[in-house]
Write a protein that binds this ligand. Structure first.
Ligand SMILES: NC(=O)c1ccc[n+]([C@@H]2O[C@H](COP(=O)([O-])OP(=O)(O)OC[C@H]3O[C@@H](n4cnc5c(N)ncnc54)[C@H](O)[C@@H]3O)[C@@H](O)[C@H]2O)c1
Length: 387
């Protein structure tokens, strides 16, 4: 018999939509026992929230998240609101015994992330952070290739995450849609918003980042605040570059900006090891590029006239997640990364093997983000303390 998973969604913006889509499609594609029930969605504007609820099929609307996290008919609280709200909602949800799914970055800073991690662990509630890029089949295949030992000793890790939407000084900061530019709502700029993804993927593939040396820039120093109309200093980092040393001794470079004209969501990584290399680009998500130097089965090097980068079309049923979808050669999309993440989370509840990244894993990413910001301020290398 199927079990209900009664969902309380906080926020009905970009992530409210991607997550809700995942709840609706879960049982169509994945053979899990739990059936999500869209119980309630919460937003501050009743009319807009009700319109969202009607469109996506939520049973009811709440205008205060405190009522939602206490509601008896909710099993799972999903936090899809700006970063400054994650802390309070997650702590209250956990203390009311709810499962907690939270958007990234987990928190505004390490102190908050530590308390949130303690709260879910003390309550013993299943938890996950939506670092959805781990669930791109090509990225999950990269993880499989690393775990199979095909990259060997790691030397280099290189990540970029580039956008171009804040170049105009006329873009305001704050309020709906533009809270990412307001340091009080976002905590940081591209570091928490974009690099958090790159850092999560990097540490998943290549292990903990031990120390960082960073530089950040704020190109537009003042912007009008969308809510008050006042011209205010900009407190976020518009761009960030940092050097990293991983605990395994390899070197990393990370670059992120919202000022790379023409780049919309250019999220790439490359990893170079003794036995092979990997390259991924989110603009061609169905491909993973792999350079194989040593063939594992024979232990021999590739014959040199046959070497070259292999562009793997990650659409076979043997590839991660793909057996749940269509026939080889056909692709899935951005929205499926959230569906795959949800499927892993629910499977984790059912098998008793919690999925990753949970709050504790996201705390490690927060440690690196905080170290990056403080390194940029101090102009020195900073140890991250990430495990
Ligand atoms: N995993 C990803 O790839 C990804 C992508 C985008 C955003 N995010 C993260 O998701 C979160 C939300 O981002 P978004 O792009 O969906 O933002 P958004 O602005 O599109 O939506 C935010 C929603 O939160 C609501 N909200 C704000 N304060 C609230 C409060 N106090 N109570 C109830 N509702 C409130 C807003 O009304 C809106 O519906 C952020 O933490 C962001 O970093 C993650």
């Amino acid at each position: 018999m199927s079990k209900q998973l009664r969902v309380g969604m906080v926020g009905y913006g970009f992530m409210g939509r991607t997550h809700t889509n995942a709840y609706k499609r879960l049982n169509d594609f994945f053979p899990v026992e739990h059936r999500p029930v869209l119980k309630a969605v919460c937003g501050r504007n009743e009319e807009k929230t009700a319109a969202f609820a009607k469109n996506w099929g939520y049973e009811r609307v709440e205008t205060d998240w405190r009522n939602l996290v206490r509601a008896k008919d909710i099993d799972l609280i999903d936090i899809g609101t700006p970063n400054d709200t994650h802390f309070e909602i997650a702590i209250e949800a956990a203390s009311n015994g709810k499962m907690v799914l939270c958007e990234k970055p987990l928190a505004m800073n390490v102190a908050q992330a530590e308390e949130m991690t303690r709260a879910v662990e003390m309550a013993g509630v299943p938890n996950m952070v939506w670092f959805n890029y781990r669930r791109v089949p090509s990225v999950a295949l990269a993880k499989q290739i690393v775990e199979e030992g095909r990259i060997g000793r790691s030397f280099h890790y290189r990540a970029t995450y580039l956008q171009d939407w804040t170049i105009s000084p006329d873009v305001p900061q704050g309020g709906a849609g533009l809270w990412r530019l307001d340091v009080n709502a976002a905590g940081s700029g591209v570091t928490g918003d974009l690099l958090a993804h790159s850092i999560d993927t990097a540490m998943w593939l290549n292990g903990p980042i031990a120390r960082v040396s960073a530089m950040t820039k704020t190109f537009v120093k003042e912007r009008v605040h969308a809510e008050t109309g006042a011209v205010q200093p900009v407190g976020i980092d518009d761009a960030c570059m940092f050097l990293a040393e991983f605990a395994n001794g390899s070197m990393g470079t990370f670059e992120s900006t919202r000022y790379a004209r023409g780049r919309k969501n250019f999220n790439t990584f490359e990893m170079n090891g003794e036995d092979g290399s990997l390259y991924f680009d989110l603009e061609e998500p169905e491909y993973l590029q792999f350079f194989e130097y040593k063939q594992l089965q024979s232990g021999k090097k590739m014959e040199s006239h046959l070497t070259g980068w292999r562009k793997i079309h990650t659409t076979n049923s043997e590839h991660p997640y793909m057996s749940h979808y269509w026939v080889p050669g056909t692709c899935i999309g951005y929205e499926h990364t959230f569906l795959n993440a949800l499927a892993d989370f629910v499977a984790g509840i059912e098998t008793g093997k919690p999925t990753q990244p949970d709050f504790r894993a996201a705390l490690q990413t927060q440690r690196v983000c905080d170290a990056v910001i403080s390194s940029a301020k101090q102009g020195t290398w900073v140890e991250t303390g990430a495990e």
